[in-house]
Design a protein around this ligand. Structure first.
Ligand SMILES: Nc1ncnc2c1ncn2[C@@H]1O[C@H](COP(=O)(O)OP(=O)(O)O)[C@@H](O)[C@H]1O
Ligand SMILES: O=C(O)C1=C[C@@H](OP(=O)(O)O)[C@@H](O)[C@H](O)C1
Ligand SMILES: [Mg+2]
Length: 172
């Protein structure tokens, strides 16, 4: 198995929440790439989006993810990372990619204020458009898919640990 795990999925699917729990459970480090971007840029994500525009933000996100140099880590990038070809090529190379699959209805309930969260919603795009546009990318890049329907964060972490341990067993 590759030495890292990357969480992908819609904003609010739990990449950060589940990611940190999984890292603790596996004894891995945890890297929230949104925080790495803010530290490198010295600005909040929503400030980057408001000054550089959506494409500017996506370019920064692509560059930072493509340059990640970590080992034995659970990586939680932002939900928009799948638009970055170089980022995804790199993440596929260094990690097992886990897609946290959630329904549109659940995302709408969880997501809260889209602007404050800094979701990369292009002009004129609805949340539903964003959902439909992104699902095929998440599916394409996923090595492992977890459907969150009816699962608590604890259930998801347990399910993931089982899948990952089975993967390791099969490789031995
Ligand atoms: N079953 C669940 N699985 C994951 N997150 C959940 C679940 N139910 C509620 N949540 C909440 O949804 C939010 C997920 O946010 P976050 O981890 O920041 O997601 P992301 O990093 O994917 O944007 C958290 O507030 C978390 O507590
Ligand atoms: O999906 C998105 O468009 C985004 C999700 C955010 O991260 P989370 O997925 O962790 O919420 C953050 O990277 C950025 O504001 C854009
Ligand atoms: Mg996150």
């Amino acid at each position: 198995m590759k030495s890292n795990i990357t969480m992908i999925g819609m904003p609010s699917s739990g990449k950060s929440t589940i990611g940190v729990l999984l890292a603790k459970r596996l004894g891995y480090s945890f890297v929230d790439v949104d925080i790495v971007i803010q530290e490198k840029e010295g600005r909040l994500l929503k400030e980057i989006i408001s000054t550089e525009g959506m494409d500017g933000f996506l370019a920064v996100e692509n560059r930072v993810n493509a340059g990640l140099d970590v080992k034995k880590s659970v990586i939680a990038p932002g939900g928009s990372v799948i638009y970055g070809a170089e980022a995804m090529e790199h993440l596929k190379e260094i990690s097992e990619v886990v897609y946290l699959k959630m329904s549109y209805e659940e995302m709408e309930k969880r997501i809260g204020n889209v602007v404050d969260r800094g979701v990369a919603l292009k002009d004129g795009m609805t949340l539903r458009d964003l959902y439909n546009e992104r699902v095929p990318y998440y599916e394409k890049y996923a090595d492992i898919v977890i459907d969150e329907e009816g699962m608590t964060p604890g259930d998801t972490v347990d399910a993931l640990r089982e899948i990952l341990e089975e993967k390791i067993r099969l490789e031995q």
